[in-house]
Design a protein around this ligand. Structure first.
Ligand code: AHR
Length: 510
C-alpha cells in the first residue's frame, strides 16, 4: 500500500550552483586488496592487464567516468615515502604496512604506476602527501618530480626513470587525519603545519595545485574552525590564494566509537533504518561545517572536500581484519544515494568527495573474486553509473511542500524519500530514493518552467535489502528500465518500489 502521492516541485528554469563531477571521486589506498590485486596485478599476471594494471577494472571505472583518484592513503599516506616507489621495481625497498594487516609492501605500485593508472582512467590524480612522518623537503620534491618541466634535480630523476614530460597533478592533500593516524596532532599545531607544507607545494609551470588540508572527523567543528582561522583572511584580497584552498571532512556510516557495527549482508530491518538515519547525518555535518566555514569565508572560496565517506562494516568471515574487505548490498547503494542528494544540495561548498574505497575495501565500487578473477560491479557502482548526468550539471532544487513520509527509529524520525535534481545539455536528471523497506511510494513530479518533450527512467532495487552481486551472480542488483511512471495533469507520476533508487531523465524543449 502506498501513502498519498508525494508532491515534488522542480523549477526546471531555475538552475543553481554547478555540481562538480569531482563529488563522484574515488580513493585507492595501499590497504588490503585495493591496490595490490585490485588495480595492480603486475605485468606477468594471467589476468588481462595494461602494464600491470587490471584492464577490466580500468574499463569499469571509465564507464562511470571516474573524475579523480586519491592515493596512496588514508593512514598509509603518512607512512609513505615516495622515493621508495620509483626506479626499477625489483630494486625498490620493501616495508611492512603496519597500519593495514601487517603485510609486506613491495612498493611495486608507486608514482609512475599511479600516474599511468590515472592516464588510463582519464581521471585527475589527487596525491595525498605525507605530513605525519615525512618532511617539507620530501613533499616539495615530490611535487617537483611530478609536475616540473625544464631542468632540475627532480626532473632529471624523473627522466632517468623513463618519464620525459611532466604530469599534471591538480589536487594535493596535506597529510591525512592529522587528528589521528596522521600524527595525533592538536588542531592549531596541524593548522600551522598545513600552512608550512602548503607553501612548498609549488605551482610548477602551468600546473596549478589545489591544496587540501586534512580536515575534521565527523562533527569536530572546532577542527574546522581552527583550519579556517589559519587559512582565511576576511575581506582581504589574497584569500583565494591562501596557503591551502580546501579542507577535508571524513565521515563513515556505521563506524561508531571506533568500531564497525555489524556485517554487510547480515542485518535486520531495524538495523537497516538505523544505518539510513546515520547515512542521512551527512547532510547535517556538511551544513554545520559549512556554517563554520561561512563565518570566515562568506563567499565560499574555500572548498569542503569529503574525501572519505561510505559504510564501514565488520570484515567478511575468514578475511584479514586489517584488509577491510566487505560485501556491498542494496543497503550500501541507498547509503550512497542519500549522500549524493546531500552533496548536490550543497554544491556551492562541497567541491569534491571520494568514496572509500574503489576496489575490494570498505564501500567498494568493484570486488575482484580471488578464486575466479571475476570482476563484480557492486550495487554502489551502479548508483555512480546512474548518476553520470549529474556531473558538472547545474543543481535544481526539489521542493517537497507536503513533506515526505517518515518511520520512527528510536526517538528519531527518518524521512523515507530523498530527492535531488540537476540540468545540463537540454536535459534534466531527477534522483528519487525510497528508503522504506516494504512500502512503494508515488511521487508526483510537478515540473515547471520548461517543457518536457520526453522522459525515461531507470530503477535500482533488489529482492531484499541485503541483495548483492557475487561471482556466481554478478547482476542480482543492476539498473533496469523503469516503467512505473506516467504523465499526469501536474507533471509526471513516478512509483518507487520499496527500497529502491530511481532516476528520471527528462528531455527539455529548447
Ligand atoms: O579508509 C580507511 C581508513 O579510514 C583511512 O586510511 C583513514 O584515513 C580512515 O581512518
Amino acid at each position: 500500500m502506498t501513502t498519498a502521492p508525494i508532491h515534488a516541485v522542480v523549477n526546471l528554469d531555475l538552475p543553481g550552483p554547478t555540481i562538480s563531477r569531482h563529488v563522484y571521486g574515488h580513493f585507492a589506498e595501499h590497504l588490503g586488496r585495493c591496490v595490490y590485486g585490485g588495480f595492480w596485478v603486475g605485468e606477468d599476471s594471467d589476468q588481462p592487464n595494461i602494464g600491470g594494471i587490471r584492464a577490466d577494472v580500468v574499463e569499469a571505472l571509465r564507464e562511470i567516468r571516474i573524475p579523480n583518484l586519491r592515493w596512496p592513503g588514508g593512514c598509509f599516506a603518512d607512512e609513505y615515502h615516495w622515493r621508495d616507489g620509483i626506479g626499477p621495481r625489483e630494486a625498490r625497498p620493501r616495508m611492512v604496512n603496519t597500519h593495514w594487516g601487517n603485510v609486506e609492501e613491495t612498493n611495486h605500485f608507486g608514482t609512475h604506476e599511479f600516474m599511468a593508472l590515472c592516464e588510463l582512467l582519464g581521471a585527475d590524480p589527487y596525491v595525498n602527501g605525507n605530513v605525519g612522518s615525512g618532511t617539507v623537503q620530501e613533499m616539495s620534491q615530490w611535487v617537483e618530480y611530478l609536475t616540473r618541466d625544464g631542468d632540475s634535480p627532480m626532473v632529471a630523476l624523473r627522466k632517468a626513470n623513463g618519464r620525459e614530460a611532466p604530469w599534471r597533478v591538480p589536487f594535493w592533500g596535506l597529510g591525512n587525519e592529522a587528528w589521528g593516524c596522521g600524527g595525533n596532532m592538536r588542531a592549531e599545531a596541524y593548522a600551522d603545519l598545513a600552512r608550512q607544507y602548503a607553501t612548498f607545494v609549488r605551482d610548477h609551470g602551468g600546473n596549478k595545485v589545489y591544496r587540501i588540508a586534512a580536515g575534521a572527523n565527523t562533527d569536530d567543528y572546532a577542527w574546522t574552525e581552527a583550519l579556517m582561522k589559519a587559512v582565511s583572511c576576511l575581506g582581504c584580497s589574497r584569500q583565494p590564494n591562501g596557503p591551502f584552498q580546501a579542507l577535508s571532512l571524513h565521515y563513515y556510516t556505521n563506524y561508531g566509537e571506533g568500531v564497525p557495527t555489524g556485517r554487510a549482508t547480515e542485518f535486520s530491518t531495524d538495523d537497516y533504518y538505523l544505518t539510513m538515519l546515520r547515512a542521512g547525518r551527512i547532510e547535517e555535518l556538511v551544513r554545520r561545517h559549512s556554517a563554520v566555514m561561512d563565518s570566515y569565508d562568506p563567499h565560499r572560496r574555500i572548498g569542503l572536500v569529503v574525501d572519505e565517506w561510505g559504510t564501514w562494516w565488520e570484515v567478511e568471515e575468514g578475511t584479514n581484519p586489517g584488509f577491510l574487505f566487505q560485501q556491498n548490498t542494496l543497503r550500501d547503494a541507498l547509503v550512497a544515494t542519500v549522500h549524493f542528494d546531500a552533496f548536490h544540495r550543497h554544491a556551492e561548498r562541497v567541491v569534491m568527495a571520494n568514496i572509500a574505497q574503489t576496489v575490494n575495501v570498505l564501500q567498494a565500487m568493484l570486488l575482484t573474486d580471488e578464486r575466479t578473477g571475476t570482476l563484480i560491479r557492486t550495487p554502489t557502482y551502479h548508483v555512480f553509473a546512474m548518476n553520470t548526468a549529474h556531473h558538472d550539471a547545474r543543481g535544481l532544487a526539489v521542493h517537497l511542500p507536503g513533506g515526505v513520509p517518515t518511520v520512527e527509529v528510536g526517538a528519531e524520525k527518518l524521512s523515507t524519500v530523498s530527492a535531488s535534481a540537476s540540468t545540463k545539455d537540454g536535459a534534466a536528471l531527477v534522483s528519487l530514493t525510497n528508503l522504506h523497506a516494504e512500502r512503494p511510494e508515488t511521487v508526483t513530479l510537478d515540473l515547471r518552467g520548461r517543457e518536457v518533450t520526453d522522459y525515461e527512467a531507470r530503477v535500482l532495487t533488489g529482492e531484499s535489502l541485503n541483495a548483492h552481486n557475487s561471482a556466481a551472480r554478478t547482476d542480482a542488483v543492476t539498473p533496469r528500465p523503469h516503467t512505473a511512471l506516467k504523465a499526469s495533469a501536474q507533471g509526471l507520476e513516478v512509483t518507487l518500489p520499496p527500497h529502491s533508487y530511481v532516476t528520471v531523465r527528462l528531455l527539455l524543449a529548447s
